[in-house]
Write a protein that binds this ligand. Structure first.
Ligand code: AGP
Length: 615
């Protein structure tokens, strides 16, 4: 999931593009490149590695060009090397392209172009696009725009791309299918900024167009944006004004975005919880839900589709909705769901959970469900993202921009929304007594403060993390709603510290994982759930009996489990169903400190990217 950025206007393009790449680096950091266009020539620089590595190879001089495109890569086709870095030239070097996505039929097209005499410099699918445009341009008396359209009509797969042609330097052409693309409009259309998301653009303008699938935009200075489909038919577009400022996209006094985002949670949870609670009566409402409310309350079944950390909050949603509203819930890995020909019925509610709102598998699974006639809900964190725009209803998690690749504040905000949803459905379905519903809402109102209190344990957690830097494998155990949390804790440790870790329902341990337990394998046990407490204590005894090291996460006043643990993290007590939000904090902090002390790049872990926009 690469990041693309582009500029056409009066300003110098170089600083805008380089800064834009740095802001998009969380989308992929295998290589980076830039192309600047002056009257009749391109200056192209690219390098394997990070944007800083690219900057290091760009000669120190003043770049006056005011048109350019740039790219930061997450390698799919072709190794993360110099030759596969974007931008890619056409054979004649008259055209350059940057691309985010995957062209599935690129081999077929490449063979055809090779038979026409085209030679290729890289192993990428992207180079096929630029040579295809050139072959269409050379092939017939068409202008550049039509050549781009003709090429797009032959592509199968996903793309967000920006193209420049040295013979038409006053034009920047961008197109989208599957992968996200935003266009920032300067005052009176004097200049345009394009990028994979709003983050590199908001510094300059907050008026954005989000392109839809199969749309192309032609950007020329001092002219209104022309949006057309890939056959040249004009399309209407909406300009969205987005509220995003620089503080949201800088680290501030924090060393890492991940730590900043962990410590933002008292605010982000307040934003998320209170934006769905009426001030006085403690009534839960989802703005714009309207008639879908009935459908939600009378749903036969709720199908939750998601990936990664969002899938974990989906699992927590299953526990909460079935427990509090008695509506059957099934949770699906979106990547499996979309291809296993699942049974989706008209009165199913399909709930897509996604921080980015752009994850390819979840988006495709949501579209499939829509085609089957189901009502689609999305829980998203990115305003204007594809899922948010395409779902029948969207509930936003107001967690603010999440830049750290490891999701933290978006996860707890998702769980807060799911808690609100379960309580509101339970009350409407008369499953949940109003008094209990009100007391849960009252407790939920307190959760941001409890999270702030839990964050005070940061230094304790940092201290105990020191003892696990050499660990090679880890087990996380939880019961009930804390089982998905054990999965989440294990995922966080895996993805940022590269220590192998597995989350398991505590009782499941005896059916296999217990074989791994000895002095070298630490086990983190979540023991805050009163309903399962005794059972968790006996699981801990089973670990202890095999000389396993135990880190336990327990309630403030815990004794039994704490006494039998080697390390104890205490968290404020809260209703069992609301615990995942509070308990997530020490799990995220623990993985953060282990990874930082191991010298890992926690904001940009190897091989990962923030938003997985390809399959
Ligand atoms: C979580 O830390 C990871 N970055 C990853 O598992 C992520 O949750 C997954 O890719 C889903 O992303 P989404 O929420 O944006 O759809």
């Amino acid at each position: 999931m690469c990041g693309i950025v582009g500029y056409i206007g009066q300003r110098k393009a170089y600083p805008i593009l380089i800064e834009g790449l740095k802001r998009l680096e969380y989308r992929g950091y295998d290589s980076a490149g830039i192309a600047l266009l002056s009257k009749d020539s391109f200056e192209v620089y690219k390098e394997a590695g990070k944007v800083a590595d690219l900057e290091a190879v760009i000669p120190e001089k003043e770049y006056l060009q005011n048109v350019g495109i740039a790219h930061t890569r997450w390698a799919t086709h072709g190794q993360p090397t110099f030759k596969n870095a974007h931008p890619h030239y056409s054979e004649s070097k008259d055209i350059v392209v940057v691309h985010n996505g995957i062209i599935e039929n690129f081999m077929l097209l490449k063979r055809r172009l090779i038979s026409q005499g085209y030679q290729f410099r890289s192993d990428t699918d992207t180079e096929v696009i630029v040579n295809l445009i050139e072959s269409e341009y050379k092939g017939g008396d068409v202008n550049f725009e039509i050549a781009v359209n003709k090429a797009l009509q032959q592509l199968h797969g996903a793309y967000a791309m920006a193209v420049l042609f040295k013979e038409e330097p006053e034009k920047l052409i961008v197109a989208r299918k599957g992968s996200p693309l935003a266009i920032g409009i300067g005052k009176e259309y004097a200049e345009f900024f394009i990028a994979s998301d709003a983050i590199p653009i908001v510094e300059y303008t907050q008026d954005l167009i989000y392109l839809n699938d199969n749309e192309v935009a032609i950007l020329e200075r001092n002219k209104r944006v022309k949006v057309k489909d890939i056959y040249g038919k004009p399309k209407r577009y909406k300009v969205k004004h987005i509220e995003l400022d620089n503080n949201m996209i800088t680290k501030g006094e924090y060393e890492h975005f991940m730590l900043k985002e962990i410590f933002e949670q008292p605010n982000t949870l307040s934003n998320t919880i209170f934006s769905h609670l009426s001030e006085k009566e403690d009534t839960i409402y989802f703005e714009g839900l309207g008639d879908l409310k009935e459908q939600l309350n009378n749903a036969n079944r709720i199908l939750i589709i998601a990936c990664g950390t969002s899938w974990h909050s989906g699992l927590i949603g299953e526990y909460l909705i079935e427990e509090l509203a008695r509506v059957p819930v099934e949770v699906e890995y979106a990547s499996e769901f979309r291809y296993r020909n699942p049974i989706v019925k008209k009165n199913d509610i399909v709930l897509a959970i996604s921080q980015s709102g752009e994850t390819a598998d979840t988006l495709a699974a949501m579209r499939y469900s829509k085609e089957q006639g189901a009502t689609t809900f999305a829980i998203c964190n990115v305003y204007g993202s594809s899922m948010a725009r395409e779902a029948d209803f969207v509930a936003y998690t107001y967690a603010g921009v999440e830049i750290g690749v490891a999701s933290t504040k978006a996860f707890t905000a998702q769980v807060a929304i799911l808690s609100l949803l379960a309580i509101s459905m339970g009350e409407k379905n008369k499953i949940l007594d109003t008094k209990i519903a009100q007391s849960l809402i009252k407790e939920l109102r307190e959760v941001p403060k409890l999270v702030a209190k839990t964050l005070e344990k940061d230094s304790t957690i940092a201290k105990l993390a020191k003892d696990f830097l050499k660990t090679t494998s880890f087990l996380y155990l939880g019961r009930g709603v804390n089982f998905p949390l054990a999965l989440e804790g294990a995922l966080k440790l895996k993805e940022i510290s590269y220590i192998h870790a597995e989350g398991y329902p505590a009782a499941e341990m005896k059916h296999g994982p217990i074989a791994m337990i000895d002095e070298t394998l630490p086990t983190l046990i979540i023991g805050t759930n009163e309903a399962y407490y005794e059972k968790v204590v006996s699981n801990a005894q089973e670990v202890k009996a095999r000389k396993g090291t135990i880190i336990s996460v327990v309630n403030e006043d815990d004794k039994q489990l704490a006494n039998m643990s080697d390390y104890v993290i205490r968290v404020p007590k809260v209703a069992d169903v609301l615990q995942p939000i509070v308990v997530a904090i020490p799990l995220h902090l623990f993985s953060y400190h282990v990874a930082v002390m191991k010298g890992c790049n926690v904001d940009q872990p190897r091989n990962l990217a923030k938003s997985v926009t390809v399959e």
